[in-house]
Design a protein around this ligand. Structure first.
Ligand code: MN3
Length: 240
């Protein structure tokens, strides 16, 4: 509900709680919003189409954001209207958690919209090359090292057959896990085998890389590590 987000923002503003450990955060603070604005609507891209070059070319970014992702947002709005989801009071995460109770159109476009909104924020020009802080420690503890984590995540993206996403998630018992989902499913969905709060997502649909990388998905993923916005991922981890 919107009130949750408002309370959360107000809480953070008045207490400066952002930097503290997730164990002391009340439950209602969980599931950090991806960006400002109505989560059911497409938000402005946080950088220029060309900002992530040479890793992601401007043409790919423009088509991806203004055509593919825009279509998911438009179709999600239609599904919400048809299935009586009030986009001013509902929580997108709750719709996704109950994906099995809605139409395929809601599942595909709710996931498609959420996944892309997260994906844009997961990247930035001039990004740090690796995580820091509590997330860096947790990655080392969970996967052995940052390099081992990268290899496992890269494999999840490479090995996802057809279209889908690779994910780093925070599970219900607050552990890090790597996996992938098909199509536009995501780990919040009740129908997903991989379950958890998405911290980092990578689009491995061909539309995300084909113009520059053609069939070479592994090259796209290897280069993509250079634009991962670790500060954003760390914030999501710390907010749980
Ligand atoms: Mn895409």
């Amino acid at each position: 509900m919107t009130t949750h987000n408002k309370s959360r923002r107000a809480f953070i503003k008045t207490t400066g709680v952002t930097g503290i450990g997730l164990t002391v955060l009340p439950g209602f603070l969980q599931a950090a919003p991806i960006a400002a604005g109505n989560p059911f609507s497409q938000q402005p891209l946080p950088y220029d189409y060309k900002a992530l070059e040479p890793v992601i070319d401007a043409m790919t970014m423009e088509i991806h954001y203004s055509k593919h992702a825009a279509a998911y947002a438009k179709n999600l709005a239609e599904a919400c209207a048809a299935e009586k989801v009030d986009t001013n009071s509902a929580k997108l995460e709750d719709v996704l958690r109950n994906a099995s109770k809605y139409s395929a159109k809601m599942r595909n476009n709710g996931g498609g919209h959420y996944n892309h909104e997260l994906f844009w924020q997961c990247m930035r020009p001039g990004a740090a090359s690796k995580p820091a802080g509590k997330l860096a420690t947790a990655i080392d503890q969970s996967f052995g090292s940052f390099e081992a984590f990268k290899t496992q995540f890269t494999d999840a993206g490479k090995n996802r057959f057809g279209s889908g996403w690779a994910w780093l998630v925070l599970t219900a018992d607050k552990k890090l896990a790597i996996g992938s989902t098909p199509n536009q499913d995501n780990p919040l969905m009740d129908i997903s085998d991989l379950k958890g709060t998405p911290l980092l997502g990578l689009d491995v649909w061909e539309h995300a890389y084909y113009l520059k990388y053609q069939n070479k998905r592994p090259d796209y993923i290897n280069n993509w590590w250079n634009v991962v916005n670790w500060e954003f991922v760390q914030k999501r981890y710390e907010l749980g």
